[in-house]
Ligand binder design. Structure first.
Ligand code: NAD
Length: 261
């Protein structure tokens, strides 16, 4: 198997990479950062998000293996001490690989131009300095006129990230959903919005419509500053990201380890 190594590590980088190289040789694989079957990423959750964005065009043909750097991460199954377990799991004919659909946002700019963005966790519109006002539609049906700091649409996989900090629900990633969650909504005589996060089935289309001036569109760790967008259409894309897990992986263990221990 051809393995690409993706690491933003600064500490012990040489030692870790030497250990990986030794195991790659022992199990008759090859390190190849140009043409590869999987990406072995070492770091924190942000490293996974970056590795996915940087390999966006290859996602149909590859899977990802996460080695976490000591801190507990949501996208990681193996610790650096468990490196050999990765290679044993790669030997298995029945690998425990989960597939997750990416979110896709299509931005319509005021000059008619278009921009398309993809995200693992969430797509968000934010204006922390001025009240952001946006109509929210689901499948072309108006849900609300939102006023506040911003709105996010997260995937099930991303529900444990920013969405969780905003009080959104955690959704088991084996369900394909979209979740719309508000950021600091204004509730008063002039402004009213739903207030609760809204979980939608995978075929729904969410749109933010309005004169979205000076809005930052965030997608995972990335941002795009949009001066004059009129419409942002968000849905689940057909593009998927595949992640290798240990054979005994269970989502509930991950939730407990990350948030309740
Ligand atoms: P980062 O890598 O430091 O990530 C920020 C935090 O989010 C870290 O603690 C990370 O472990 C956690 N995280 C990321 N994805 C997760 C997931 N799916 N489940 C559980 N935890 C997750 O910072 P970054 O590189 O800028 O990463 C971007 C991500 O950070 C965004 O996708 C967003 O979800 C998250 N974020 C969170 C907040 C917040 O919780 N208030 C604010 C901004 C961004």
């Amino acid at each position: 198997m051809k393995i690409s190594i993706y690491s933003k590590e600064k500490e012990n980088k040489e030692i870790i990479l030497a250990k990986v190289a030794e195991l790659v040789k022992k199990y008759n694989h090859e390190i190849n950062n140009e043409d590869f079957d999987c990406v072995l990423y070492i770091g924190g959750d942000g490293t996974f998000l970056r590795a996915v964005q940087e390999n966006k065009d290859k996602l149909d043909d590859i899977f990802f293996i996460g080695i976490h750097n000591g801190k507990l991460g949501f996208f990681y199954d193996y610790t650096i001490d468990e490196l050999e377990e990765v290679f044993k799991d790669l030997e298995k004919t029945e690998k425990n690989i989960s597939k997750h659909r990416l979110l896709k946002a299509e931005l319509t700019l005021i000059d008619g131009g278009k921009e398309t963005l993809y995200a693992v966790n969430e797509i968000r519109i934010e204006n922390p300095f001025h009240t952001l006002v946006s109509d929210v539609y689901v499948d072309g049906v108006k849900l609300e006129t939102f006023s506040g700091n911003g709105l996010i649409v997260c995937s099930s996989l991303g529900s444990t990230a920013y969405n969780r900090s905003l009080g959104g629900s955690l959704i088991c990633p084996t369900l394909d959903t979209l979740q719309v969650t508000e950021i600091a909504p204004i509730f008063n005589k002039s402004y009213r919005s739903i207030g609760s996060s809204l979980v939608l089935s995978s075929d729904r289309i969410v749109e933010f419509v309005g004169k979205l001036t000076n809005v930052v569109v965030g997608y995972d760790h990335l941002t795009s500053h949009i001066n004059d967008s009129t419409r942002i259409k968000i849905q689940l894309s057909d593009q998927t990201v595949s992640i290798l897990h240990k054979s005994d992986y269970h989502y509930i263990n991950k939730v407990r380890e990350c948030f309740a221990e």
